[in-house]
Design a protein around this ligand. Structure first.
Ligand code: NAI
Ligand code: MG
Length: 482
């Protein structure tokens, strides 16, 4: 077994003196920040130290109705009448302002959600800006996206997003909706509303006509008020499969369109002929990136039998070098779990995994006393029927199995209610083509993982969702083609 080398790093925390946060956030309706009808506010905390960051308005039915009215009015009077190239300029302006404030947004994203600053700085914020840039370009070129067809906007769209990529999901939702001429009521998740509210400030600064984007905060009830509102033409949702099913039932027969991006249980497959060190790095990234709070996380690993000892030993060694701790520290690899509820869920799955007979290995890192933390964890000696192999954990927990043949691993990978993503590591192009063709998943990476681009569509099969986001496919979810 190779020896693990551990380096000691001095703390390198990112500064927080440059960020501007209010003590209390209101609802963003009709271009203005307004108090909620109920007068109620909830707290958003920093999950790495459990300290309150700000109070946030709780929108009820009346507030949602106000937001929808404002969006409808903006749609009918302004946004649908505006030349497409003018729409594009507004979206471009949002992208530019976001880029200018990238550092502030990264720090706030990390404080509110717990993810390492390195990720919010290098992934979340730049990708969010890239989505606005990309879609700004489409606004006046829809006739090329849909040749020979007329792309008509839908009207007011309702968008509900989760806490794992708060700003990025807001960008995934807003940019294509605006580019295609729709107006929006967006609801961020209740544990991570702050970057959406900062985005509202940018939207105001970009002079977007009032009502084109409305942002309402709150939990499930606020989401339900959006889903059930009669004047909303489409629901775009990212989150749990349970809520996705609720939305499908709620909109059935209403004529509302919907796109749902739900859970996943991605198979990451490593063949004997793979470049093993690179693959180990990729496996680590696939499951421990963002504390495993990723719908496309590579949470099932299938290793070909001949290399399983080597791969598992290398994985353990690499896990020991991962730095778990202060999300604002630039050296941190693994930050805080987003909420107490999510931590409990992860812990209960880890207990279950041991009970089901799995062998557990956790890195020996020490976890901070305050806040919500979970050590990187792997399970071996598990089988296909175990719940930790079948169900989405949404945390830094990897279930490892071995396989002998290509057909066997394809069958195992497909034995899942989900079909969002997957990974394959091999030196042989032919194997890549065979595996990617036969696995029922929306996105499959080969010799890499977690690569995103606004131009490539992302979406799942089976219980992973309906429709795609990104690229022309993503645009098509926001138009009626004439
Ligand atoms: P969730 O699905 O409850 O939350 C996602 C969003 O939906 C939030 O904005 C929430 O306020 C809203 N919401 C909740 N109930 C609603 C309802 N009845 N109608 C309309 N909107 C509603 O997810 P939650 O409870 O935060 O996480 C539970 C599990 O879901 C996680 O452990 C994970 O497995 C999965 N999940 C998957 C995500 C993905 O990206 N696919 C993202 C977040 C969670
Ligand atoms: Mg928070």
């Amino acid at each position: 077994m190779s020896k693990t080398i551990k380096w000691e790093y001095s703390p390198a925390p990112e500064g927080t003196d440059h960020i501007k946060l209010k003590k209390q956030y209101e609802l963003f309706i009709d271009g203005k920040f307004v108090a909620p009808n109920s007068g109620n506010y909830f707290k958003t905390i920093n999950p790495s130290n459990e300290k309150m960051i700000a109070k946030v308005a709780e929108a009820d039915k009346t507030d949602v109705d106000k937001a929808v009215k404002s969006a409808k009015n903006a749609y009918e009077k302004v946004w649908s009448k505006m030349p497409a190239k003018e729409r594009g300029k507004y979206i471009f302006r949002i992208a530019r302002l976001l880029q200018e404030r990238a550092r502030e947004f990264s720090v706030i994203e990390t404080m509110d959600g717990g993810k390492p600053i390195r990720e919010s700085r290098d992934v979340d914020v730049p990708l969010a800006a890239a989505h606005f840039f990309y879609h700004a370009g489409w606004a006046d070129k829809l006739e090329y996206a849909f040749p020979g067809r007329k792309a008509n906007p839908l009207g007011v769209v309702g968008q509900i997003i989760p806490w794992n990529f708060p700003l990025l999901m807001a960008a995934w939702k807003l940019a294509p909706a605006l580019a295609t001429g729709n107006t929006v009521v967006l609801k961020p998740a209740e544990t991570t509303p702050l970057t959406a509210m900062k985005l509202a400030e940018i939207i105001q600064e970009a002079d977007l006509p009032p009502g084109v984007v409305n942002i309402v905060t709150g939990a499930g009830k606020t989401g339900q008020a959006i889903v059930n509102h009669a004047n909303i033409k489409k629901i775009a949702f990212t989150g749990s499969t349970d809520v996705g099913k609720y939305i499908m039932k709620a909109v059935a027969g209403s004529g509302k369109k919907y796109t749902l991006e739900l859970g996943g249980k991605a198979a990451n497959i490593i063949f004997e002929d793979a470049a093993i060190d690179q693959a180990v790095e990729g496996i680590i990234d696939a499951i421990f990136f963002n504390q495993g709070h990723v719908c496309c996380a590579g949470s099932r690993l299938y290793v070909q039998e001949g290399i399983s000892d080597e791969v598992i030993s290398k994985l353990r060694n690499r896990m020991e070098t991962l730095i778990v701790g202060d999300p604002l520290d630039k050296n941190t690899d693994i930050g805080a779990i987003n909420s107490k509820m999510q931590l409990k869920k992860i812990e209960s799955y880890v207990k279950m995994g041991t009970k089901e007979g799995g062998s557990i290995f956790q890195s020996s890192c020490s976890l901070p006393n305050k806040g919500f933390w979970h050590a990187p964890t792997i399970f071996t000696d598990v089988s296909q029927s175990n719940r930790i192999v079948q169900e989405e954990i949404f945390g830094p927990v990897l279930a490892i199995q071995t396989f002998r043949t290509v057909d066997e691993v394809i069958a195992k990978a497909n034995n899942s209610p989900y079909g969002l993503s997957g990974g394959v590591w091999t030196d042989k192009g032919s194997k890549i083509f065979k595996v990617t063709k036969d696995i029922r998943a929306g996105v499959i990476w080969a010799n890499t993982f977690n690569k995103f681009d606004p131009a490539s569509p992302f979406g799942g099969y089976k219980e992973s969702g309906v429709g795609s986001e990104g690229g022309i496919e993503g645009l098509s979810g926001y138009v009626d083609l004439g």
